[in-house]
Design a protein around this ligand. Sequence first.
Ligand code: ADP
Ligand code: MG
Length: 245
Amino acid sequence: MRILEGEGVTKYFGGLAAISNVGFHVDQGEIVGLIGPNGAGKTTLFNLISAALVLNSGVIKFKGEKISGLKPHQVCRAGVARTFQSVKIFGNIPVLGNVLLGSLFGTSTGMSSADAAREAMESLEFVGLSTMRATPAKDLTLANQKRLEVARALATQPDLLLIDELIAGLNPTETAQAMELVTRIRDRGITILMIEHVMKAIMSICDRIIVLHHGEKIAEGTPQEITASKTVVEVYLGDQAYAGS
Ligand SMILES: Nc1ncnc2c1ncn2[C@@H]1O[C@H](COP(=O)(O)OP(=O)(O)O)[C@@H](O)[C@H]1O
Ligand SMILES: [Mg+2]
C-alpha cells in the first residue's frame, strides 16, 4: 500500500524552486532514503510533507487522503512524525518532558496524562534513554539529543517517521547504534523516509532510494541501481567517494 505519495510537488522561495514538480511515493513497511547534494531540497520536502511549509502547487497524500493544506499538528495526529536536521529540543526541560510533549499533544486520540507518561517512558526505553529521563535535554550528547527527537516522534504513535540526518556528526559506534535503532523502528511496523549523507549507512539499510538535485528528482531505485546510476555518480556519489565518506 502507498502510505505516502506526492504529485507535482513544488515549492518556491522567491524565484528559487527549492522543490520542482516532484513526484514520489513510499510504500507501507519500507525504509526509503532521500539523498542529494546540500541544497538539493531534501529538508524542504520534509517541511512540505509535515506542513511546516505550504507548497505552491501539487498534492501530498497520506494513506490515500490529502494532507497538503493541513496544519502541522493535524499532519502529526494523522500519523506522520518527524525529526529535525538541526535538533529542536527544549534544552531546559528534562528528557522525559520533551517526550511527553509528543505523547500529550501529538497522538490522534489524545491521551490521559497517565497514558501519555507511560507512552513517553516506553519511547525513552525503546531508544535507550530511560536512565537519563531527568537530565535537562541540553546536557545530552548530540547522538542522544537525536535519539531524544526520535523518542518524541515515536511518542506521537506515528505510522510514518521522517528522519532528517540522524547520523550526521556521530562517531562510528554511535552511527552503528543509530542504524540499529532505525531498523528496530521499522520492525515495529513504522514506515521510514530518511535523509542521510552517510552512504554506507543508507545503502545498507534502505529498500529504495530517491535522489534529489536542484529541487528535482533525478533518480529512484534500489541501492544497487542508485550506485550504478551514471547521473547519480556524476552529481552526487562521485563527490562522496572523493570525500571518502
Ligand atoms: N526557509 C527558506 N527560505 C529561503 N530559502 C530556503 C529556505 N529553506 C531552504 N531554502 C533554500 O532552498 C534550497 C533547498 O534547501 P534544503 O531543502 O534545506 O536542502 P537540503 O536539505 O537538501 O540540503 C536551498 O537553496 C536553500 O538555501
Ligand atoms: Mg537538509
